[in-house]
Write a protein that binds this ligand. Structure first.
Ligand SMILES: Nc1ncnc2c1ncn2[C@@H]1O[C@H](COP(=O)(O)OP(=O)(O)OP(=O)(O)O)[C@@H](O)[C@H]1O
Ligand SMILES: [Mg+2]
Length: 451
């Protein structure tokens, strides 16, 4: 996936990213509340070496600095802890006291900072006071004992401090970490969901899988404005295909079908039929989905015979064709649901009927059943010039579409192209669309350009 694909996935699933970010922040806060507070007390020592007659003050300072580094370890020793326990009359064991003490030497100085961290400000201060009281005498014993003059001096220059607020947990840090972890996880999931998505979500993918151009991308229908524009595009692109080499005698007969049910065959066929009629052509929309007819109730047709009745020899075509509610548009509804739809659609009478209709109309569109569950649409395509495959954006899987195409190839049908129906726009795309629909104008994607 390219960067644009990632960004689109993020924008489309911003709620996932935002939701996990909020959750992360809440968990960060919970962790903050559950983490015991730690209070620090610090005491700073100044380590000095009096200049002796022979040495310069520079060497004295170097000597003191070298000493400070060894005091960093010394101050954390059990011996210091033992003295602190005795000095402050503590009940804790020396090793547990030692574990609360850390020390650091400030670079290029002879300052030694000792930090004590415990769960209570008073306890930290008590231990730090113990260190302040006992560390000087200990150094004196170790470094000066038995020498004629004092070699080294350790004096408290600041502290011990008493903390008014804990050093950890840090609310800001916990909150920020939680938020960040949530954001990252949300973004990963949003992108991963797209990477693992096997449905068709782009005109390029559709063209690739179908092996024929994507003639239109129809957005999910929020307002009718968006769909009308894409249907016009579909009509134009189909007209180009015809000019490029479809049979020229009589009407062009096109089957509209899809791999599965509910992908938008009827919606697309009806939209397209109306669109052709708008250009002044005589258009017939035939409901060839004999199993689940929906056209009669959609168009509020009077009850009467339909295609199945004509094919069964129960009615004349002329009696079954009705006005379609728009200038130039006629419809032939499915009629009575028959027990053997595939047989009727593959009958010689079907071929005859379509032959007759070709001479009466400029365009005949067949709204067929889905391809994968039943053979009806494949059978229909034998009497048609081409097939328009509707693919529902984000719902039909690539393999289902590919299977449908194989079924059409087996009956040597001409797949004119596909319609990617029901594309969901991100919020910003919708906003951009409503301010400038032409920004979304779109040209057919052919398999050669796919990739
Ligand atoms: N572009 C679209 N945006 C939003 N909803 C759509 C769109 N196209 C179709 N639908 C809706 O999807 C549902 C199925 O559409 P339609 O009946 O056209 O599909 P179908 O392929 O003919 O289904 P069936 O296989 O049952 O005949 C309908 O409720 C329809 O309103
Ligand atoms: Mg339908």
């Amino acid at each position: 996936m390219e960067l644009r694909g990632y960004l689109h996935a993020l924008r489309l699933r911003w709620w996932l990213v935002a939701g996990l970010a909020v959750l992360g922040a809440v968990l960060g806060l919970a962790a903050y509340l559950l983490t015991p507070a730690v209070y620090a007390s610090t005491v700073t020592f100044y380590v000095s070496v009096p200049p002796t007659g022979g040495g310069s003050s520079a060497t004295s300072t170097q000597y003191a600095q070298a000493k400070v580094s060894s005091y960093v370890s010394l101050v954390r020793s059990e011996e210091v802890a033992r003295r602190v326990v005795a000095d402050q009359k503590l009940t804790a064991s020396p090793s547990s006291v030692a574990s609360t003490i850390t020390a650091s030497a400030q670079l290029n100085t002879t300052l030694l900072t000792v930090t004590v961290q415990t769960g209570s400000p008073e306890r930290s201060a008590t231990i730090a006071r113990g260190v302040a009281d006992t560390f000087g005498p200990l150094v004196d014993e170790l470094d000066n004992a038995g020498r004629p003059a004092q070699v080294i001096g350790v004096d408290v220059v600041s502290g011990p401090t008493v903390a008014s607020s804990p050093v950890s947990p840090d609310l800001k840090k916990f909150f920020a970490l939680g938020l960040l972890a949530g954001l990252v996880l949300g973004a990963l999931l949003a992108v991963l969901r797209d990477l693992l998505d096997v449905t068709v979500r782009s005109s390029t993918t559709a063209a690739e899988v179908v092996g024929a151009p994507t003639l239109a991308v129809v957005d999910e229908d929020r307002d009718d404005r968006g769909r009308a524009e894409s249907v016009r595009q579909l009509r134009t692109n189909l007209a180009f295909l015809r000019a490029a080499g479809a049979p020229t005698s009589g009407a062009e007969v096109v089957v509209v079908t899809s791999a599965l049910g509910g992908e938008g065959k009827t919606t697309t066929a009806l939209d397209l039929a109306r669109s052709f009629a708008e250009t002044g052509e005589r258009v017939l929309l035939v409901e060839a989905d004999l199993r689940r007819p929906t056209l009669a109730p959609t168009l509020h047709l009077e009850p009467g015979p339909g295609l199945s009745d004509v094919l069964a020899g129960q009615a004349e075509v002329a009696a079954a064709v009705r006005p379609g509610g728009a200038e130039g548009l006629s419809v032939l509804p499915a009629g009575t649901v028959p027990p053997n739809p595939a047989e009727l659609l593959g009958s010689a009478r079907m071929a005859d009927t379509m032959g007759g209709l070709r001479s009466t109309y400029d365009k005949v569109l067949l709204d067929a059943a889905p391809l994968l569950p039943v053979t009806d649409a494949a059978v229909c395509s034998a009497v048609a010039d081409g097939v328009l495959l509707v693919v529902r954006w984000g719902r039909t899987s690539r393999s289902e579409v590919a299977e449908a195409v194989v079924m059409l190839e087996q009956v040597h049908a001409t797949v004119l192209g596909s319609v990617l129906n029901g594309r969901r726009l991100t919020r910003s795309e919708r906003r951009r669309y409503s301010s400038d629909p032409s920004a979304f104008s779109w040209s057919p994607t052919t398999p050669e350009h796919a990739g």
